[in-house]
Design a protein around this ligand. Structure first.
Ligand SMILES: Cc1cc2nc3c(=O)[nH]c(=O)nc-3n(C[C@H](O)[C@H](O)[C@H](O)COP(=O)(O)O)c2cc1C
Length: 172
């Protein structure tokens, strides 16, 4: 798919078919996260693939908003690996790095005909506990992934209303 069409047509999908995502497509989505740019190439992004029934059961305990997607990616960052700037209020690139990897995966998914929704409606401490993650791994967000239901449409208020270029951009 043309890149321009990927970014223009993508929308957050909140209704999925039960159809499994083929492993080769999932691999391509994960690859898009692997090769993402990160500060000083530290590559702190860590991705947990939730697709087993056991994984989904645990997930349901800590997040009610995954829209029954067949696959949910839990994107974390290893805060022992991410780039820090002590002199700048302890800036930590972890969240940015994870978000760029997530964005690449979200767009690659759409490119392959797979819908996604970015999810942050969870408590990261609960997520860490239920999946038994080590303290250095900070859960950042999730991406629900799957084929769109036939009746899936972009949410009118939550998708179609965007600021104008003038509201967003100022030339200095
Ligand atoms: C940081 C972030 C957190 C989000 N969290 C959620 C969420 O918890 N649940 C949800 O349904 N959508 C969530 N979204 C999706 C946004 O609601 C959606 O991207 C926005 O309304 C624009 O719609 P669009 O993606 O269809 O263009 C999140 C998006 C971002 C970037």
């Amino acid at each position: 798919m043309e890149f321009e069409n990927v970014i223009k047509e993508r929308y957050s999908v909140r209704s999925f078919k039960e159809t499994e995502i083929e492993q080769d497509k999932l691999d391509r989505i994960l690859e898009a996260g692997r090769i993402a740019p990160t500060a000083v190439n530290a590559q702190p992004q860590r991705v947990f693939v939730i697709k087993s029934e056991e994984g989904h059961q645990k997930l349901r305990e800590v997040c009610k908003m995954t829209y029954e997607a067949p696959v949910v990616l839990l994107i974390c960052a290893d805060i022992e690996k991410s780039w820090k700037i002590k002199m700048d209020d302890n800036f930590d690139s972890a969240e940015m790095d994870a978000a760029i990897a997530g964005t690449q995966m979200m767009l690659e998914a759409w490119n392959l005909g797979i819908g996604s929704c970015w999810i942050r409606a969870f408590n990261s401490f609960e997520v860490r506990e239920v999946f038994n993650l080590s303290q250095n791994l900070k859960p950042m967000f999730m991406l629900s992934l799957g084929y769109r239901s036939d009746d899936s449409v972009p949410n009118e208020k939550m998708h179609s209303v965007k600021n104008s270029i003038d509201e967003m951009v100022k030339y200095l």
